[in-house]
Design a protein around this ligand. Structure first.
Ligand SMILES: NC(=O)CCC(=O)C(=O)O
Length: 265
């Protein structure tokens, strides 16, 4: 499985419309990849809280501009696309969610995931957005994907639920983020830890640059089920991080070092 992570620069001086067009074109450049991944809230910026309500959109490609643009880009490139997340206008009056969108190569929206753990404690996302409740896996033809978003990375029980999901548990954990530079060490540490403890690949895709005054970590990474980093961006510049995943490695690691079978609780 060839995976490409697009570490997008979220520059507050660029309009959301212009960034959407630019990102769609970057996705089209990835024809030949088996899975393309975008970061969390790359349209508005994960920390641009004051713009969440005005930039909120529907997750449906028939009505939401990001969903429509990403559906078309996935179809044109012929790739599976985890399009990162948008601030989603829920159907319930006034409810907003941080919602990830996954498209098939035909441009069909095959999965949405509403971020379960909202960041900010008593501020920001935690007060402005509603929480998702349901872990989501996606049947990519090469390996089942497990979805999580940014702050979710700190909650190992979500990843265990993804690995134990029926009918098939996750083998590739996909984590779009807008992770701040000041906690960059945690980002890489948790991404590698989730890979090792769940014996999965982890695709950790962050944003580049700085938005709403919060410098971003970047350092997007592709990590194998042994915790080794197959590819990683050096810094927080806009870039593409690509690696070829041998998905059979998940079974090999689980057979030769079967810690998941030793779980008691
Ligand atoms: N957007 C986020 O979820 C930020 C998470 C974060 O900054 C952290 O966990 O640290």
């Amino acid at each position: 499985m060839r995976a490409s992570l697009l570490q997008i620069q979220v520059d507050p001086h660029e309009s959301v419309d212009s960034r959407r067009e630019r990102v769609a074109s970057l996705v089209r450049d990835q024809a030949g990849a088996d899975l393309v991944v975008l970061p969390e809230l790359w349209t508005v910026g994960a920390f641009a809280f004051e713009r969440f309500a005005t930039e909120a959109e529907e997750a449906d490609p028939a009505t939401g501009p990001t969903a429509l643009a990403m559906s078309a880009a996935a179809r044109d490139a012929g790739v599976w696309l985890h399009a990162g997340s948008v601030v989603e206008k829920g159907h319930e009056a006034g409810a907003l969610y941080n919602t990830s969108l996954v498209f098939s190569p035909s441009g069909e929206l095959v999965a949405t995931y509403r971020k379960i753990h909202r960041f900010g404690f008593d501020r920001g996302e935690a007060t402005l957005l509603a929480a998702g409740t349901t872990p989501v896996t996606v049947p990519h033809p090469q390996a089942t994907l497990g979805l999580a978003t940014c702050y979710d990375l700190r909650f190992p029980e979500l990843f265990r639920a993804l690995v134990d999901a029926e009918p098939e548990g996750a083998r590739v954990l996909v984590v779009p983020a807008g992770w701040p530079a000041k906690r960059a060490g945690h980002w890489t540490l948790f991404a590698r830890t989730r890979a090792v403890e769940n014996q999965c690949f982890v695709l950790a895709c962050g944003t580049a640059g700085s938005h709403a005054g919060v410098a971003q970590a970047g350092r997007s990474a592709i990590i194998d089920p042994w915790g080794e980093i197959l590819a990683q961006s050096e810094d927080n510049a806009e870039t593409v991080v690509t690696a070829d995943l041998d998905v059979s490695q998940v079974d090999k690691v689980r057979e030769t070092f079967p810690v998941l079978k030793d779980r008691v609780l």
